[in-house]
Each structure stands twice: as structure tokens, then as C-alpha cells.
Design a protein around this ligand. Sequence first.
Ligand code: ZN
Length: 689
Amino acid sequence: MVEDLWQEERAQQLQDELDRLVYRSNLLGADRRVCNWKGGNTSTKTVHRHVDGREIEVLWVKGSGSDLATITRQGFTGLRLAEVLPCFEREAMSDEEMVEYLLGTMLHPAMPRPSIETLLHAFIPHKHVDHTHPDSVVTICNLAEGKAVTQEIFGDRVAWVDYMRPGFRLAKEVGRIVRSNPQLEGVFLGSHGLVTWGSTHREAYRNTLAIINAAQAYIDERLSRRPVLGGSRCRALPDEPCRRLLAQVLPALRGAVSRNQRMILHVDRTDTVLELVNSVRGKELALTGSACPDHLVHTKYLPLWVDFDPGREGSEELKRRLVEGAERYKEEYLRYVEAHARPGDPKLDPYPRVILIPGVGMIATGPDKEAAENAAGLYQRAAAVIRGADAVGTFASMSPKDAYDVEYWPLELYKLTLAPPERELSRRVAYITGAASGIGRAAARLLAAHGAHVVLADLNAEGAQAVGREIEEKWGRGRALALPVDVTDEEAVQRSFDEAVLRFGGVDIVVSNAGVALAAPFEETTLADWERIHDVLVKGYFLVAREGYRRLKAQGIGGAIIFVTSKNAMVASKGAAAYNAAKAAELHLARSLAEEAGASGVRVNCVAPDAVISGSSIWSSRWRAERARDHGIDEESLEEFYRRRTTLGVNVYPEDVAEAILFFASDRSGKTTGCTLTVDGGVAAAYVR
Ligand code: ZN
């Protein structure tokens, strides 16, 4: 049951009606069973005093694109009600005309565009109106026998309106019914949701909850009568084996759903979802259709269902079926588009947004992590609706034609355009070693600023986490994953790539950067020093590149591997034989891998910096003192010494090297592999030839 969170004292302390509307909206949005992400809208009709003293009636209604859970005053739009109401007399009104008309009644042009469902609020002759898509009500609204069940629960307190797409016609129909039936407390919209109201904020809120809970009680009683969804057909895989399985199959799935444009994946194993995928009737019901028009843009009309027996089958079978399934889904989706498209309709991505697997759960996809999580959140709602509907009667979705009309509705597509334009590395995942400081940190910041999700691998776990927090604060939740990794430990490197795959579905860019340095005269170089240097710089680069390449190859959509080498890879400097040799080995390793990886569209390139001192953990170590000694100068003069040594007379900073990494990470270098780009201020001996 949904809990009543209203605190009248708090509501009274708020400064005005708009603040109370924000409060009411946030309470409704706080429970996703009441209000799915960005779904639903609320309104209040109030009197507004103009600067010239005139009093006008204003309809405050949610603007397009905000979420009731977090909406603030700025999320609402004020419309001059006296100018909106006359259009109730109209017979019909196209969407375009309606939008134009409403824009003309706004109090201020800088307010957000009013919700598509604004007229619904305007035409209902009550002060406070809530329109939500609550699980329990949507369940009743998606029953073949929904109208009769509504009557059975609520008698003549709640009216039923058959499905029609939101817009003028639905608003007028609901307005007409409410105006001529003063006893009504709410309206159920077939295949869609709930409309409720009240004369005070508290009354509206409590009426909304009362209807939701009455519907829930009715469903719960039926759920207790027989096994849910026909009983269970298989058991959920325990978490650990499931993680191992997913680490194996997700890169192939990500590749399969990214043929048109790259997608980020999100794994969801919540109880409601597992119950659906493991049930006897889950497949049939999930493939019946969408539960709410509000889900469609993010989940599509149908999920991809992949048959799998978690007790008897393994990763190879599942991988094959996921890849075949994604292609089959695409074909069917294109047929659905062909059957319903009108001239001029855009072409949306044809791959599934929701993938259901018995024993495993759901994998949702999206242009970024947050969008993938939101698609999963919406499908959790669908799973709850399907579960309840199957207990009460026959789950019946809207028709494919109606679904298409919502999915390709210009007004819904407009909502998508409210998102900021995609950045150069959006939809990509970059795995970076040594990301807690210096060049690695600068690269992580720059790639994230260009839209990439970043995996921050570093021995220094705290440092990596700090960089992760900074990036998420700036670029949004889910953008960074910090992992403690010792690049010389084969298992640790494998595990870190598995973690990246489980979080994002795969990887697109691998930056091998973690390093150490040590200087010593040749005859004094110990075997331990030699091995330590080669462990980190050669074995480490090998392991990171190999694990990265395996996953890039499994995805089959190309990718970029970047080695941060050094000027010393090409020029021997005195007193650093072990370091020079190891850096030269990296360079040749990159060239060797470039040769093998080319056929998979994976590019391998090197960035060769020199003397990048600032922010580097290497340069705060013994290396600084050793290099100063070798050059016969004191430590403080080292920056100056290196600057003078360059052709351009400049110092090189981590941010300079990050720019070269960005170039090789992006499609700007799409036809370049096996290459080295120097970032050294110009060192004639290291000119690449
Ligand atoms: Zn709605």
C-alpha cells in the first residue's frame, strides 16, 4: 500500500500555492509505484495578481520533461486560464494547433513548455488535479475486462474512458464526463492511467492515494488466491554465477544492440523482474505489449525475450541466442514501423531497449547509464502491472498501431529533443589505468567532458574514487566507476574488465597509462629494479591491452587502444636503461597488436610525452631526484631544464597529453593505427621517422 506522507503543518508553512503544488508533486513522485520517472503531471488553479493590480486566474501545470519526484517551482508553467478554457467548445484540435495555442496563453515565454496533457487539467472543473500512472490503476486499465472491474471496485465514483492518445480529444472527453458527473472522484484512462482531483492540495493528494490503494487491495486479494503468473518455471541464478555468466555474454549483446548506434547496458535483477522472467506465463504476457504509453519511448512496445535454461545451458548458448535475438528483433521492429509509418516519420533505433532472460533478469539499454537505468525502472513498473493484471483477469495492452502512434508522436519525440545534444564520445566507455593522478586523471576528465563513461583503474583506490566523485558531480550519476587495480596482477586486471562490463555492458576505449620510473647507471641497475619496471610497463600494458582487446573483439564494433609511452621509447637517455627498454617494448607491443586488431576495427596507437612533471605520482618519487642528479642540476631547476631543452621552449602538462589521447580515442583518428603522436614540446632526437 502507498503510504500517506502528507504533513499539513509543513504544507501550511509554505509561502504560496505554487510551493504547495511542488510539495504535493514531490510526495507523489517519491513513490515510483505512484509515479514513474518523468511520468504524470499535476496542476493547481489559483489567482495571480498582476503588477498593475489586476487579478487573473492562472493554471499552474507541470512543464514538459521534468520529473515529479524532483520538480521545483521552475518546472511548472503558468497559463492564463480564461484564455485556455474557451477551446473546450471546439470540436477538434490538432496537436500542432493545441501546442501553438497553449504557448500563446503562457504567463511568461521563459517558462517551460506546458505538458502534452495540459488541457486535461484545464477542462476538469476542480482546483487541484493529479494525473498519474500508478501500478495498481494501470493494472486495472490494462485488463480486457478493465471497465467492469473498475465498476466493481468503485461503483459510480470512478468513470472509465477507453484508450485514446493524450491530446485534445482525450482532454475534452474527460472534461465532459467530470463536468456532468459531480459525484465522481476519479477517471480511469484505458491502457494508460489515473486522473484525480480535490478542492485542497491535501484532499487531491489523499484522494489519489485512496483510489490507488483501493485498486491495490483488490489486486492483492486476487494475487493471494492462486500462484502468481502461473507459478515459477525456473529458479533465478544466484548472484555470483550470474555475474560470471553476464561478464561472458554482455560484450556480445552490447555489440549486437549497437549496430546502429552504441548503447550502454544496465542489468536489473529486482524481485518483480525475476518473478516475471522465471514464471510459467512470463513470456506470453511480456510479449503481449506495453503497459503504459508513458513507457514506450524508453522501453519500446515489446521487450526482447530470450529463451534460456539457467540449470542446463551456459554462456555460449546464451550469447548465440542474444545475438540472434537482437537481429530478429530488429527485423520485426522494422516491419512494425513499415506497417504504421507516415511519410516524414524519423527512423528510430530498431534494437530492443529491454531484454528479458529467464534465471538472469533484465538488461536495459540506453544512450547513457542513467537512461538505461530509467528504462529498467519503467520496465519494473510494467512487470508489476503484468503480475497484477494476470491475477485479476486478462492482461491486454494497447494495439501495435496505438503504440506506434505514441512512440512516433511528434510531441513525444519533442521531449527527447529537450536533452542536450550528444557529445563526441557519448555512448562510449573508456577504461583508463593510472587514473588517480597525472596523465591518467587528466585523460579521464577530458574524455568524460566529451561524453564518455570512465572506468578509473588505479592502485590508489582512494585517489581513483576522488576522481570518480568529481566526474559524477560534473557529468552526472553513473558516469564513473573507480576500481582498485594492480596492472601486474593478471586476475585483478581480468576482474576489473569484468566489473566494467557488468556496469556498462562493455568498453570502447582502453588507455594504458599506469607507470613507474627509475633511473640508475647501467652497471648499478639491480635485477629487482629491472623486473619491477618491466612488470608494470611491459607486463602491465600487455595484460590491460589483452583483456581490453578480448572484450572489444567480442563486441565487434571496433574500438581504440591507446598506450601512453614516452620519448624514451624512441630515444635512449643515459642512466635509465631499464625504463628506456620497457618503454620501447610498449611501443613495439602496440605496433604488433595494431597488426592483429586491425581486422576487428580496433585501432592501437601511442602517445609519447616527455617530462610531464606536474601532478604526476612518478615525479614525486625518487625519479625526480635521480633525473636531477643525472643532468647535474638541483631538483628545483628540473622544470626549467626540461623547458629549455624543447624546440618550442615549453613545459608539457598532463592536460596536453590528454588532448592527444582524446584524438586517438575519438573517430577523428578513425583511419590511424600503429601510430605515435609525440607531446614533448619538440625534442629533435625523438622526431618520429
Ligand atoms: Zn499520462
